[in-house]
Write a protein that binds this ligand. Structure first.
Ligand code: 3AT
Ligand code: MN
Ligand code: MN
Length: 540
């Protein structure tokens, strides 16, 4: 067999695994099983059944849409329509309960409007579906739903051709010609995942190593593209690159080398799985020499399908430092694991974000109804990294560390004062939750003669946290430590309120609190009493 070179350089080592390395890989597999990272065979079969049904619905939709466009019935029957999957399911690394990311491809002249009309109706008409939600205005327009209990994301693209046959693939760059941006983004979700799989030498090894890295990244709170860390596609490309550099290694060694290679990586040198295609279409391709904003990417990881883009443009100075220190920890632990001096569990230990810092910022986004809150949560999640960027410019701050998830709350308030406090991130511990029908006696205030349950107001609050690492013993001329966060904070609030998703009319509100570690709400510590935690954090 001839040597196949995967990637943009020769391998670092083509050694085959030793007995010991294979045993450590076996232990990794066991640990991931124990952690519930694999779905049952039944669930897996159910997914295939569901995909089969959606494929049929897709063909029915194409047929109906073509009739609407005055195509004859006999011809419309032959025009096909096909679904493709992408995301974790397509990569074969999804956990139990993960969604199936599905791309629906139709022939011309079927339009996206048809999709959001006719396909939505078809889906709603099925007894297996629930929560069918069309989101036509998303960056990648999508229908989200549950089908037989499985979360499904449906994206859509029309190809400029009269039929989409069963053997249609999406490799040919010319398919992208004359498509609009949304269609290209939708198709590229699938093209990128397929390319990644094509570019790794051993798919089962890649999958096991990627499952390990995904679990590690989630536990260490560095898994989130929108907050400024890496998302699923970026982690997949990093693991794929290691698989190329160690084409015959087993999964355990791939994981260990992952930490070594990316800890030593000369960022901002890009991580590539193949040479960047410049193509002869009009799309912008990642090129730091040509585009100044590309030259600012700190840890560029470049998607392999034309038009190549940077999947990690959100990384900031702080998130880079945090990820690098996690790589260091990962290297130290996996070196011991490979020598049988440590267990995989140690790699997957939960992060100590809420104990690590002395000071935190709590960003509270609140509103008065559930739908608005859903939008506000997403808006804040995509804006927190802007605050991080502004805080990085504050003199005393070394690291502004954003937590990857917002904490969502739903308070029932019986006075304006409570509404105000809830909106400011106060957990309202002293207020008992009241039911809708009867006013809870505990919440009845002495000063109000007749508390009126109908006046209860629901307040929804999403709290995002940023940990602050400050310079040690920095003093100004008066010998005092001073830190002024007000400019950064006001600028951030101004920018959030200027965002397109901000809706003052819908009573969106944003407020920010500066908290000492001891003032963080108990819920962040999974029920452990605060007093004990205080001791823990002080003895560190
Ligand atoms: P899960 O197993 O589902 O948690 P995943 O990697 O499948 O992991 P998602 O389902 O969230 O993650 O996303 C699948 C792909 O969809 C990844 C990316 O190509 C695309 N995608 C997701 N969110 C966005 C977004 N906000 N903008 C652009 N593309 C996105
Ligand atoms: Mn997914
Ligand atoms: Mn998804």
């Amino acid at each position: 067999m001839g040597e196949v070179r995967y990637g943009v350089t020769d391998p670092i080592s083509s050694a085959w695994p030793t007995k010991e390395e294979e045993q450590v890989t076996e232990l990794l597999l066991e640990t991931l099983r124990k952690e519930g990272q694999f779905e049952s065979e039944e669930e897996s079969r159910n997914r295939e059944v569901v995909l089969g049904k959606i494929d049929k619905l897709m063909k029915e939709f194409v047929y109906k849409a073509l009739l609407k466009h005055k195509v004859s019935e006999s011809l419309a029957r032959t025009c096909g329509g096909k679904i493709f999957t992408y995301g974790s399911y397509r990569l074969g690394v999804h956990g139990a309960g993960a969604d199936i990311d599905t791309l629906c491809v139709a022939p011309s002249p079927v339009t996206r409007e048809d999709f959001f009309e006719i396909m939505v109706d078809l889906l709603k008409g099925r007894s297996e579906t629930s929560e069918v939600v069309p989101v036509p205005s998303a960056y990648v327009p999508v229908i989200t739903m549950q089908f037989d209990g499985i979360d499904i994301d449906l994206t859509f693209a029309t190809l400029i051709q009269p039929t989409v046959p069963e053997d249609q693939d999406l490799f040919d760059v010319n398919l992208l010609r004359n498509l609009d941006e949304s269609a290209i983004r939708a198709i590229n979700g699938s093209r990128v995942t397929d390319e990644i799989l094509r570019l790794v030498p051993n798919i089962p090894t890649f999958r096991l190593a990627l499952r390990c890295i995904k679990l590690w990244a989630k536990r260490r709170a560095v898994y989130s593209n929108s907050i400024g860390f890496f998302g699923g596609v970026a982690w997949a490309m990093l693991v794929a690159r290691i698989c190329q550099l160690y084409p015959n290694a087993c999964a355990a060694l791939v994981v260990a080398r992952f930490f070594r290679v990316f800890l030593r990586w000369k960022w901002p040198e890009p991580v590539l799985l193949k040479p960047i295609e410049t193509g002869n279409l009009r799309f912008q391709v990642w090129n730091p020499k040509l585009y100044p904003q590309h030259a600012m990417h700190r840890m560029p990881i470049i998607t392999p399908a034309y038009p190549s883009m940077c999947a990690t443009h959100n990384v900031t100075q702080s998130t880079q430092r945090i990820m690098m220190s996690e790589f260091k920890r990962g290297l130290e632990i996996t070196e011991r694991i490979m020598k049988n001096e440590a267990e995989w569990d140690e790699l997957f230990a939960k992060n100590d974000f809420f104990r690590r810092y002395k000071y935190y910022l709590q960003v509270n986004g609140s509103s008065l109804d559930e739908d608005t809150q859903g939008l506000l949560h997403g808006l804040l999640e995509s804006r927190v990294r802007m605050y991080v960027g502004l805080l990085e410019g504050v003199d005393l701050i070394v690291i502004a560390h954003p937590y990857i998830k917002g904490h969502e709350h739903d308070h029932t308030c019986s006075s304006e004062e409570e509404v105000r406090r809830a909106r400011d991130g106060d957990m309202l511990k002293d207020v008992k939750p009241s039911t809708k029908a009867t006013h809870s006696p505990g919440a009845a205030s002495d000063t109000q003669e007749k508390p009126d349950a109908t006046q209860d107001k629901h307040v929804y609050v999403a709290s995002f946290y940023i940990g602050l690492l400050l310079k040690e013993k920095t003093q100004d001329s008066n010998g005092k430590r001073r830190m002024d966060l007000s400019n950064a904070t006001q600028e951030f609030i101004r920018k959030v309120k200027a965002s397109s998703g901000w809706d003052e009319e819908a009573h969106m509100n944003i407020s920010i609190r500066f908290l000492r570690q001891s003032q963080l709400p108990d819920e962040l510590f999974g029920g452990l009493p605060r007093s004990r935690l205080r001791v823990l954090s002080e003895t560190k």
